[in-house]
Write a protein that binds this ligand. Structure first.
Ligand code: PRX
Length: 678
């Protein structure tokens, strides 16, 4: 069944929270032994003192961390120069460094044969290990190839690849020569890819001939071929071979691996300013146009490295298993940059949680001896349904920390993850953050020894993060046991600097709603004890299986259908995906169409225009949409209709035509009935 009249997954309200405590005792309470950066922080006795220091004396904290954790070509002169009102954010001014040197060369010097990447390919047991020496060599060859083919410092390369060592080498090769990368999730359609290539003005695209996922072959090069037809900026497409099947190559295409072999294995790293762009990453907002968030060099890398070390309690020699795709910020920060900056062995997961069976993750944990596993609630909810036996079949004793990201984790899934997957031994860290924040901002760790973790709560701000909850008048709520709009009250090095080519949108979206604060777009609850729980988006962004999609983006595609007059896409609670997409469409009066066929046509259009994950689960045809007298669609009302929460319809006095709501309710009930019969 697609949806139910009584959605089962809801965030527990504060009164429903299960207040069971999970205690975890880290090794030492000596702050500087645990965090060497803290050695110079006089007077800091414990980790909560460290938290206060990191916020109260942020400059000293971040300067020490930046000196300790990063290798600089030229030391920075200023720590920060930030002014939220102008959206002006600068960290480590005057400093120069190279991110690929920080992620590769310095580890090659100490332990060249340490495994940097374990490429967990689709077929279990066919993993490939790549040492730091090999990854540096790959990166240098590719850096030289890009340079020889005209990619300049300051240029932008679009990468459309599944997780694989060459994709990581491509990201690092860009960093090496000072070009920005723009990784586009390889599940996006040709149209969505083209839009991102055009906006980023890339002249070079890197892809693979075909992808392989869940036993299926995906024609990635063909998608690129279609995309670049509408991208006049693209001069060359570098094609790596993931499978042995040849693809049609045109004069524009370059056989990447063949040409890499001709290149030198030494590539001079560019000395980059701290604030030069490291990458763009597109994400959805509340308008139809995705925004290219810009992250820069030093601050981003430092923040990814520090959070990777302390949120997951990563130690030298651990195998870190983040199963996110490199096309999302999670893959950037915790499959690539954070772990590599820390000299870790990091897993690149190419498959799905259920291929070849629902034991895939845990079989992989056993085979690769993974110490920290970082996944998404949607996958945990799915696997929970298959039963404990798939977990028990495998030895998970290597696991030390379990992480969750991308969406709220409901208590049932949290408990299962903790009890069944972690055998009750491993702390579960529910990590809240966003593409905009660059790295984890709220998570249970780091914290005092013996600190509690409450299921389903992201808990505590990370070092240097000062969360604030705002009321509807824009005033900060200072008491506990309260809910509001989640802002961050002071800058931190990992935050995005701007939206590519649209700084005004950056200011309007993040800095203007609550002057003096960075607005996250999420709502949050702060408990009596001061712990945070994320309650979901406050804007028109839906979170499907941990992937963001703007309602306006979906509506833009639906409205392109000649039969459609207008539409409203909304998110609703979904058992597995967290949220699903439900669309109401109004047809043009002259149209005489068969509903089932139209629904399918509209779903195909969304898959083609954006990606499969954005497809509405359900399309309901209505005569009109409920609107205010000024013509605004009342999505709040439609959301309540879909969740069958008629008591929660709220104030309908501003409604232009109350019959529209009645019609939506009746149509929805008819659809529910049909679903139940099937
Ligand atoms: O709504 C929050 C939700 O995901 C959004 C960020 O999406 P994206 O930029 O794609 O990055 C996802 C991976 C970091 C947030 O605004 N979100 C993320 N993590 C959590 C979460 N919601 C609740 N709990 C979380 N742990």
């Amino acid at each position: 069944m697609l949806f139910t009249c009584a959605p089962k997954f809801r965030l527990p309200s504060s009164s429903l929270l299960v207040f069971r405590r999970y205690h975890h005792v880290p090794g030492t309470s000596e702050v500087s032994a645990w965090m060497p950066e803290a050695a110079g922080f006089g007077g800091v006795r414990d980790r909560s003192g460290l938290q206060d220091f990191s916020v109260g004396r942020a400059e000293s904290f971040w300067a020490a961390a930046a000196r300790h954790r990063l290798s600089w070509i030229r030391p920075f002169r200023t720590v920060q120069d930030c002014d939220f009102s102008r959206g002006h954010i600068t960290w480590f001014g005057g400093g120069r460094l190279n991110v690929s040197v920080n992620c590769l060369d310095r580890h090659v010097q100490n332990s060249p044969e340490r495994v940097a990447l374990i490429w967990e390919r689709d077929e279990p047991g066919s993993e490939v290990k790549v040492t730091y020496r090999q990854l540096l060599e790959m990166t240098c060859r590719l850096g030289n190839l890009l340079r020889r083919r005209g990619v300049k410092r300051g240029g932008c390369v679009t990468i459309y690849m599944p997780p694989c060592p060459l994709a990581v080498a491509a990201m690092l090769a860009c960093a090496r020569i000072g070009a920005a990368h723009n990784v586009v999730f390889a599940g996006f359609s040709a149209e969505a890819l083209a839009e991102r290539i055009r906006d980023a003005q890339s002249s070079t695209v890197i892809t693979v001939n075909q992808g392989v996922r869940g036993g299926k072959v995906i024609e990635l090069k063909k998608t690129v071929d279609t995309a670049v037809q509408s991208c006049p900026s693209v001069q060359q497409v570098l094609v790596a071979m993931r499978t042995e099947n040849p693809v049609v190559m045109t004069a524009r295409d370059v056989a990447m691996e063949e040409e890499m072999l001709l290149e030198d294995t030494v590539c001079e790293p560019a000395a980059m300013d701290s604030e030069d762009t490291l990458f763009l990453l597109y994400t959805s907002g509340s308008t139809g146009k995705p925004k290219g968030l810009v992250h820069t060099q030093a601050g981003y890398l430092l923040y990814a490295s520090l959070t990777h070390r302390y949120v997951f309690d990563y130690h030298d020699g651990d195998v870190f298993g983040c199963v996110a795709d490199i096309g999302w910020i999670t893959g950037h920060s915790y499959s690539v940059y954070g772990p590599l900056a820390n000299g870790a062995t990091t897993v690149l997961f190419e498959s799905t949680p259920v291929y070849p069976d629902p034991g895939r993750y845990w079989e992989m944990v056993q085979r690769l001896q993974i110490n920290q596993f970082y996944g998404a609630p949607t996958a945990i909810r799915l696997l929970l349904k298959y039963g404990d036996q798939w977990v028990h079949k495998y030895d998970r004793s290597s696991l030390k920390t379990l992480g969750s990201v991308g969406e709220p984790i409901n208590t049932e899934a949290w408990e299962w993850y903790h009890r069944v997957v972690g055998g009750g031994r491993c702390p579960v860290v529910d990590t809240w953050w966003q593409t905009e924040t660059g790295g984890i901002c709220i998570a249970p760790r780091p914290s005092e020894p013996e600190a509690e973790i409450i299921p389903g709560m992201a808990m505590r701000p990370f070092f240097g993060i000062k969360p604030a909850l705002m009321d509807s008048e824009g005033k900060e709520l200072t008491s506990n046991n309260t809910s509001g709009a989640l802002c961050i009250a002071q800058p931190w090095p990992g935050m995005a600097r701007t939206i590519f080519n649209d700084h005004q949108r950056f200011i309007d979206t993040y800095c203007r709603p609550y002057p003096g604060y960075f607005f996250t777009g999420d709502g949050a609850y702060r408990s009596e004890e001061g712990y945070y729980q994320i309650t979901g988006r406050l804007d028109d962004v839906i979170n499907v299986s941990g992937h963001r999609i703007g309602t306006a983006e979906i509506e833009d595609v639906l409205n392109q259908c000649p039969a459609v007059a207008e539409s409203a896409a909304i998110g609703y609670s979904h058992d597995i995906k967290g949220q699903g997409v439900y669309a109401f469409v109004v047809l043009k009066t002259s149209v005489d169409i068969q509903e089932g066929a139209l629904s399918q046509q509209l779903k195909n259009m969304v898959a083609k225009g954006i990606a499969k994950y954005a497809c509405p689960d359900c399309i309901q045809i209505v005569q009109r949409l409920p609107k205010t007298r000024s013509g605004k669609i009342m999505r709040r009302v439609l959301r309540k209709v879909v969740e069958c929460d008629l008591d929660g319809l709220g104030d309908l006095s501003t409604l232009d035509d109350p019959a529209a709501v009645q019609e939506a309710i009746k149509g929805h009930c008819d659809l529910c009935r049909k679903e139940q019969v099937q």
